[in-house]
Design a protein around this ligand. Sequence first.
Ligand code: COA
Length: 220
Amino acid sequence: MDYIIRRMQDRDIPQALEIDREAFPTQWPHPTYASFKQELRNRLACYIVVAKPRAIKAVKQNANDKGFWQRLLHLFDHDRFFGEEILPPPKEYIVGIAGFWVMVDEAHITTLAIRNTHRRHGIGEQLLIEIIEMAAQFNVNVVTLEVRVSNKQAQALYQKYWFQKGGVRRAYYTDNGEDAVLMTTDSLPSNTFQSHFQQLKQSHMHRWGELYVNELSKVA
Ligand SMILES: CC(C)(COP(=O)(O)OP(=O)(O)OC[C@H]1O[C@@H](n2cnc3c(N)ncnc32)[C@H](O)[C@@H]1OP(=O)(O)O)[C@@H](O)C(=O)NCCC(=O)NCCS
């Protein structure tokens, strides 16, 4: 297991801000700690992360390196008798974030971003799969989003999942006046979408799936 997928928590916000700035450097205004925190409390919003547990090795100090009192305590140390060090929970390195809002019968993707160093490893696709599955649990009909006209990589990902281009919002991005393309899935419950989605999920699973532990609880 390399990655955990779970809900975003307050403690993830500093890393989420880092990822957001790296992925959308020219966006203005940038989200802030406070705005992310507010989003996490929004009942109609859902944010998830892909996290990599950091390997923290127990460095057992040699008893001789310790001072007198530490050496004395070490004589009665639980671990001298029972083996394992008791470690604090490992800190996690967040490598990707995603979020959506539920708006009546649609789920609108507000963000999807992967750290530069972790792109092209199927993580963005994994997050998109999770969004679609969670959206279906909220009983929405479609998933929608806006994407920059120039952002061909993201468009390729969405097109793989049958998002169709549905219109343009002129000068949507205030940093450079770029247009946004609106993209929308087919009806999520439809047989055609479901069979395509399940096939993609299977092939993603064969290619990358062993890497993930999914800790998302069912949402609806
Ligand atoms: C778009 C983004 C989320 C993709 O994440 P990723 O983890 O690198 O993508 P994956 O490895 O899961 O790729 C899945 C699919 O996306 C498409 N894709 C991703 N990167 C691509 C690239 N550089 N060129 C072409 N297609 C690309 C492909 O269709 C790919 O499927 P394939 O592997 O079968 O070819 C990532 O590039 C990113 O964070 N970009 C900056 C933020 C952003 O633009 N977010 C979208 C805002 S709407």
